[in-house]
Write a protein that binds this ligand. Structure first.
Ligand SMILES: *Cc1c(COP(=O)(O)O)cnc(C)c1O
Length: 364
């Protein structure tokens, strides 16, 4: 039976990447060592990390004046590191609240800064992206933070806020944990992009930060060394031991994405996958409902409820039996959630849709 894993994170990884890792597990390229056993300061491992960075730069078109940092602590640690490093003596930061992850970023930032929530979607249960012309931006804000894809709510921006992103103006900061590498982005529109790896990049334990150089080096004195971007930027993410195995796997994923035609090709497949699944939901005559506004539906995380919540248990059980795994919705919203990241093939979404149609027919 073919297994399709719809977990929101840690999530499915490309099979060919796992197979390559397996083949290289005990002896990486004739070194006689597993990558897990290598000194991070040895030439083998340093080559692996440098190649991963070069491939990520190429895939995303990261300009030369941006640093790529390989960190630990998860995206959640960035909720604190961002205000700590980017306030630069300013008193407040602008945040857009579009759901659960925005809220977490906001509550953490409030420990260090006045937070101005410039827009939110709480009037409609976090089900849409507030239009840019309604945002109450503050020209003196230290930065503007938003969450391009709300992993739990399934709300995704299909546009980038047009904020004048020049040195000296208010930089745009984005939590791309669950949609990085799923669609092309113009990195030069951002001051800082961050992402936990375990959704669309690689295993948990690695966090990637892409930051414009002029924003590094403004942390207040007394900030713990490990929380200062400058520490990591000045040391090629090797001030201390980086999450070496996670970086190695991420590097294999980057190589595979390049082989498969890069992010533009990924986007085409992701659009096809999302269309297929939303079309099935919308054609079900209300048996399945996606609560998100049509224009703001995520290509990565598709939440839906069943007309009769009493059927939830049966749905999950039957899906499981068919090898369609981890479809149960987030504990805060219930229902179902299908996460269809880059590594989920179109066939997986087709298998899910076939099952959903069959299940609806049985119970409709
Ligand atoms: C998963 C997720 C996080 C939290 O990531 P950790 O690595 O677990 O800290 C933050 N933001 C978004 C959008 C996420 O999807």
């Amino acid at each position: 039976m073919t297994i399709y894993n719809f977990s929101a994170g840690p999530a499915v990884l490309p099979k060919e990447v796992l197979q390559q890792a397996q083949a290289e597990l005990l002896d990486w390229h004739g070194s006689g060592m597993s990558v897990m056993e290598m000194s991070h300061r040895g030439k083998e491992y340093m080559g692996i990390q440098a190649q991963a960075e070069a491939d990520l730069r190429e895939l995303m078109g990261i300009p030369a004046n941006y640093k790529v940092l390989f960190l630990q602590g998860g995206a959640s640690q960035q909720f604190a590191m961002i205000p700590l490093n980017l306030l630069r003596g300013k008193l407040s930061a602008d945040y857009v609240n579009t759901g659960e992850w925005s809220k977490k970023a906001i509550s953490e930032a409030k420990k260090f800064s006045y937070v101005n929530v410039v827009a939110n979607n709480t009037d409609k249960n976090a089900s849409y992206v507030p239009a840019f012309d309604t945002w109450k931006l503050d020209k003196d804000a230290a930065y503007v933070h938003y969450t391009p894809n709300e992993t739990i709510g399934g709300v995704e921006f299909n546009w980038v806020p047009q904020i004048d992103n020049m040195p000296g103006s208010v930089p745009l900061v984005a939590d791309m944990s669950s949609n990085i590498l799923s669609r092309p982005v113009d990195v030069s529109k951002f001051g800082l992009i961050y992402a936990g790896a375990q959704k669309n990049i690689g295993p948990a334990g690695l966090t990637i930060v892409i930051v414009r150089e002029d924003l590094v080096g403004h942390a207040p004195s007394g900030l713990p060394t490990m929380l200062d971007y400058k520490t990591h930027a000045d040391n090629d993410s090797m001030y201390n031991t980086p999450p070496t195995y996670g970086i190695y796997i991420a590097g294999l994923v980057f190589k595979m994405l390049k082989r498969k035609g890069g992010i533009a090709q990924m986007e085409r497949t992701n659009i096809a996958k999302a269309r297929l699944l939303y079309a099935a939901i919308d054609a079900s005559n209300g048996f399945y409902v996606c609560p998100v506004a049509t224009s703001d539906r995520s290509r990565m995380n598709v939440p839906f409820t069943l007309k009769d919540a009493n059927l939830d248990g049966d749905f999950v059980k039957q899906a499981d039996a068919l090898g369609l795994l981890q479809l149960k919705g987030h504990r805060s919203v219930g229902g179902m959630r299908a996460s269809i990241y880059n590594a989920m093939p179109l066939e997986g979404v087709q298998a899910l849709v076939n099952f959903m149609n069959e299940f609806a027919k049985q119970h409709g």
